[in-house]
Design a protein around this ligand. Structure first.
Ligand SMILES: NC(=O)c1ccc[n+]([C@@H]2O[C@H](COP(=O)([O-])OP(=O)(O)OC[C@H]3O[C@@H](n4cnc5c(N)ncnc54)[C@H](O)[C@@H]3O)[C@@H](O)[C@H]2O)c1
Length: 317
């Protein structure tokens, strides 16, 4: 019989709630410990997993040798130091995106993670999605022909969004939609077409030096000079709208609001592609396979570091 994987969760906020469902839904994982510095939040979250041990100091959780996998979902500026302690404690790690809050931090994490030989996975949900699989299949089948250009537009009614109010997400230090949203699409583009290089990026900030960006426009390139344009803003009088459009010489595919895939070919009208449940990939299942050393599709810290390089260039070029 295969061993149960005991999981510890550090940071049980908004995204922790989503990932908890995946742990609870997998037959091999047992959420054995929860940690959060916010005692009220911890107590509320613990109602969903009454048997879990509770901690407000993650170092105490790491002393529990029965815990084999730690899921880290604290705000970005704490990722690096906590992830390093997790790896040093000999536990496998599943870390939230973005990997870190600077290139120096993400490099340190990648180097240590690779040295330990432990699983060092990241949560990029789109990598496991049916939408990504369909886009990948269509691109590989030549449905849009040769890729000519990618345009990513992201416009937010307000930032932070109404459902995402917390102290860090609007801060210039570690929040903003460039840090929060672009990593998903950078990773997606890397996985489909190879690495991005930032040519120029213009970021608009409000006068308040503590607050995150309100807009940006960036030009990047893929190998061979294929242009990739990212454009975003907040405070727009319309419903949040995200679109990543791949333009080819025979067609175009648009991924709208994470879940709608729209295909256009030649002069024909745009066609909505039915997204059937085809992807058999599941983040938690793939992490467990990687821990078992029996394959496992994970986006690792090396990938996370590559995303971080682009992310920091978008913010600082
Ligand atoms: N993969 C995704 O789709 C996705 C979606 C949303 C957020 N995220 C990422 O997940 C991370 C968390 O985001 P969130 O929206 O859940 O934030 P959140 O603020 O809702 O939750 C973070 C939690 O971490 C706790 N915390 C802070 N410092 C801690 C420490 N030292 N030890 C223990 N707990 C600590 C906070 O009290 C809070 O409860 C961020 O890196 C964010 O970018 C990823």
């Amino acid at each position: 019989m295969q061993e149960t994987v005991k999981v510890g969760m550090i940071g049980v906020g908004a995204v922790g709630e989503r990932v908890l469902k995946s742990f609870l839904g997998h037959h091999r994982t047992q959420v054995a410990a929860l940690c959060d510095v916010n005692e009220e939040r911890l107590a509320e979250f613990a109602q969903k997993v009454p048997e879990a041990d509770l901690y407000t100091d993650y170092l105490h959780m790491l002393n529990d040798e029965t815990i084999k996998l730690v899921y880290l979902a604290v705000p970005p500026k704490y990722h690096s130091s906590i992830a390093i302690d997790i790896l040093k404690s000999g536990k496998h790690i599943l870390c939230e995106k973005p990997l870190a809050n600077s290139i120096e931090e993400s490099l340190k994490m990648k180097v240590l993670a690779e040295r330990t030989g432990l699983v060092h996975a990241m949560n990029f949900p789109m990598a496991y999605s049916n939408e990504k699989l369909i886009i990948q299949q269509k691109v590989q089948a030549g449905e849009i022909g040769k890729l000519k250009r990618i345009e990513m537009n992201m416009h937010f009614t307000e930032w932070p969004r109404r459902w995402q109010q917390n102290a860090w997400i609007s801060s210039r230090e570690q929040g903003g939609f460039i840090r929060e949203v672009t990593p998903h699409f950078i990773q997606l583009i890397h996985s489909l077409f190879g690495e991005l290089k930032v040519i120029a990026s213009f970021v608009e900030y409000p006068e308040d030096r503590e607050s995150c960006e309100t807009g940006f426009v960036a030009r990047m390139e893929l190998e061979g000079g294929i242009p990739v344009i990212f454009n975003g803003s907040s405070g727009i009088g319309q419903k949040e709208h995200l679109s990543m459009k791949l333009f080819g010489d025979e067609g175009a595919i648009d991924l709208v609001n994470w879940k709608d895939v729209i295909l256009t070919k030649g002069d024909s009208d745009a066609e909505s592609v039915k997204v059937e449940a085809k992807s058999e990939l599941n983040l938690v299942a793939e992490c467990v396979k990687a821990m078992d050393r029996s394959g496992g599709f994970v986006i690792d810290f090396k990938d996370g570091h590559q995303v971080q390089i682009v992310l920091e260039s978008l913010l600082n070029s």
